[in-house]
Ligand binder design. Structure first.
Ligand SMILES: [Zn+2]
Ligand SMILES: [Zn+2]
Length: 194
């Protein structure tokens, strides 16, 4: 997939405003932000007026491709460079000039097979369930930073499509996975504030 390929499919990253708020809540305010990461080129901005999508460009200031969704010190929602913390709280569409806020309706991501968590999605029936958001946020912000975490993610993606397809077919299994696996994991993450 090339960076500005017009054929790339974009999907809303935050399906509704409650998922968006949850993403913000799991973050810390700048300058201590370690929160939810967004990456140049795989993140896009959808213009509310003309509906075109423009990929997030690397930081003007330092060239970093990693950004954080978070709150500026004045409390407004913004996207900040991971390295130099320069950020913006709205963006101007390069096509029509409309000034767009940073909301669940303007942040999109390139559609990929790996964007959800297969098992939690099978159990909760949606990639936008709060539990799925917690787990994918944990994967993207914590596990990916560690060698063993990356090994685990690779293994997980090999076995979980099979497990997920089995879980979908059995409602008792779905309930069991929810109670004995997913809920305890989320409680652990919340307890340790990982
Ligand atoms: Zn920067
Ligand atoms: Zn526009």
């Amino acid at each position: 997939m090339s960076e500005n390929d017009p054929k790339v499919d974009w999907v809303y990253k935050f399906y509704d405003s409650s998922s968006f708020r949850l993403r913000l809540e799991t973050n810390l305010k700048l300058p201590d932000a370690t929160g939810f990461n967004l990456y140049a080129n795989t993140t896009g901005f959808g213009c509310l007026r003309c509906k075109t999508v423009h990929p997030l460009q690397p930081c003007d200031n330092c060239g970093s491709e990693q950004f954080i969704l978070g709150l500026a010190q004045n409390g407004s929602v913004g996207i900040f460079c991971f390295r130099c913390q320069q950020g913006f709280t709205n963006y101007t569409c390069v096509k029509c000039g409309a000034k767009n806020p940073i909301t669940h309706e303007t942040i999109l991501e390139q559609k990929t097979e790996k964007s959800g968590c297969f098992i939690a999605t099978a159990v909760y029936g949606s990639v936008y369930a709060n539990e799925v958001i917690y787990l994918s946020s944990f994967r993207d912000n914590v596990l990916k930073n560690y060698f063993l975490g990356k090994k685990f993610i690779n293994l997980y993606y090999k076995i979980s499509p099979f497990l997920a397809s089995t879980i979908v077919k059995h409602s008792k299994l779905k309930t069991a996975v929810r109670i004995f696996l997913i809920k305890p994991i989320i409680r652990l993450i919340q307890y340790f504030k990982i």
